[in-house]
Design a protein around this ligand. Structure first.
Ligand code: NAD
Length: 484
């Protein structure tokens, strides 16, 4: 097995195996080949992870932020040095093309570590004058945090959660998706190499039951989940039982609005990036592309030409621009949505079928035109390279239709009229918006959703709020004035 890790879990600074846990086979989705086998964490592994995290966090939380930062910066440097090897593993784990993984995964993880290493030493409390007395605040770590990941960005998700958690003095236990268990183990290894004390970043494998065991443990102060809305509901409820802090990064069905005056090439490029990157398996994708009537024909013509030129193939080949979906199960799900689009009367402009090479989980990049708001493909998150193009006439109309969804993760607007761009995004119910761009998520900007797409924000200064709590300390400088 070409990607077999040394053991399934990484706990208390070392690899850890317990073969009593149910086996999870890891497949390379481009070929279906089993590349590794890991075991679900047993209760003994979960216990060891929690106990070591709790122990290690106490000293880590008291350390000078600048010293913590030095270790995280060192880890970021190692990640950058090993970008090629980490990207190859990400490609095996997910099937995403190496062309993408070398620029978007380990590198964005390193960005997060560098950013929070820089930010953490600047996080301070405040002094509040109260006449004779005063009050000061301390921003404290929360304690032991649990991170639960989805399968589309296994390295990035691990780092986006670990970086603010660790920088601000917390410990993290990370449970990767059972579909992509490999990459987070490498990050754990690198942290130890960089000097992170054992127990502060533990990786335990498993399905939902392992996630639930972590979320409900009384030693856990916070849960950050990246996943679907149904899982988010369950995890949020479980966390509520213990009044734990939560960050929920959930699904979406985001609108991307193209006005008549937009530059056609840029709008087509934005729509393709927002639907086909990572074979469409990106939470913030702009999968409802609203196109104003006056630009529709030009937009669809160029969209079809450029979509049909996408090079599908073995994701390990640097020439490949689109790889397979993450699994055979995801392929079946996506093909089911394609069938629903056709059955409900959308016009298939291109794609809509399985593609080569071999027996991998490939689907051709797909565009439906003449989609209407009620169709299944316009309402549900597909998580595959299936773009739905809808027509619209007026600004007022498109804002109302863009917002008519239970999700609120992201939104984009393409227009030459910047005043209109700002006016429209101000009305859109979404956590992350772009004007004349799509899916750019630098670590400097807050990322997260409105409505069912989530609560809390990752990245940016906003994450400080989500990995610390405030203690307020009243200082009396006089005598106590008691009425008794
Ligand atoms: P999923 O909801 O099936 O699983 C997510 C994680 O939750 C997995 O690690 C899974 O094992 C775990 N889990 C499942 N049931 C659980 C339970 N009862 N208790 C604790 N943990 C449990 O999601 P997925 O299929 O892995 O990922 C795709 C989804 O993730 C999509 O909806 C996508 O939009 C979303 N996503 C969101 C973001 C974001 O930042 N907003 C990013 C990537 C993916």
């Amino acid at each position: 097995m070409i990607a077999q890790p040394r053991a399934s879990h990484f706990v208390d600074g070392a690899y850890l195996e317990d073969a009593a846990g149910a086996a999870i086979d890891v497949t390379f989705p481009a070929t279906g080949e089993v590349i590794a086998r890991v075991h679900e964490a047993t209760p003994a592994v979960v216990e060891k992870a929690l106990a070591s995290a709790e122990r290690a966090q106490k000293a880590w939380g008291r350390m000078k932020p600048v010293e913590r930062a030095r270790i995280l910066s060192h880890a970021a440097g190692i990640i950058r040095d090993r970008n090629q090897a980490l990207s190859e593993l990400e490609t095996l784990d997910t099937g995403k093309p190496i062309q993408e993984t070398t620029v978007a995964d380990a590198t964005s993880g390193a960005d997060a570590l560098e950013y929070f290493a820089g930010l953490a030493p600047t996080v301070t409390g405040e002094t509040v004058p109260l006449g004779r007395d005063f009050l000061y605040t301390i921003r404290e770590p929360l304690g032991v945090c649990v991170g639960i990941g989805a399968w589309n960005y296994p390295t990035q998700i691990a780092c986006w959660k670990a970086a603010p958690a660790l920088a601000l003095g917390n410990a993290m236990i990370f449970k990767p998706s059972e579909v992509t268990p490999l990459c987070a183990l490498k990050i754990a290894e690198i942290f130890i190499e960089a000097g992170l004390p054992p127990g502060l970043f533990n990786v335990v494998q498993g399905r939902g039951t392992v996630g639930a065991a972590l979320v409900t443990d009384p030693r856990v102060a916070k849960v950050s989940l990246t996943g679907s809305v149904p899982t988010g509901r369950k995890v949020y409820q479980m966390a509520a039982e213990g009044i734990r802090h939560v960050t929920m990064e959930l699904g979406g069905k985001s609108p991307l609005i193209v006005f008549d005056d937009a530059d056609v090439e840029n709008a087509v490029g934005g729509a393709m990036l927002g639907n086909f990157y990572s074979s469409g398996q990106v939470c913030s994708n702009g999968t409802r592309v609203f196109v104003q009537k006056g630009i529709k024909d030009r937009f669809l013509k160029r969209l079809k030409e450029r979509t049909e030129a996408i090079r599908l193939g073995d994701p390990r080949d640097p020439e490949t621009q689109m790889g397979p979906l993450v699994s055979a199960a995801q392929l079946e799900k996506v093909l089911g949505y394609v069938a629903a689009g056709q059955a409900e009367g959308a016009r298939l402009l291109t794609g809509g079928h399985r593609a080569g090479p071999g027996n991998g989980a490939f689907v051709a990049p797909t565009v439906f035109a003449d989609v209407t708001d009620g169709m299944t493909i316009a309402r549900e998150e597909i998580f595959g390279p299936v773009m739905a193009v809808l027509d619209f006439e007026t600004e007022e109309e498109v804002i109302a239709r863009a917002n008519a969804t239970e999700f609120g993760l992201a939104a984009g607007v393409f227009t030459a009229d910047l005043a209109r761009g700002h006016r429209v995004v101000a009305e859109l119910q979404a956590g992350s918006c772009w004007i004349n761009a799509y899916n750019l998520t630098p670590v400097e900007g807050p990322f997260g959703g409105a409505k069912l797409s989530g609560v809390g924000r990752e990245n940016s200064k906003a994450a400080v709020e989500h990995y610390t709590q405030v203690k307020s300390v009243y200082v009396n400088l006089g005598s106590v004035e008691a009425p008794w």
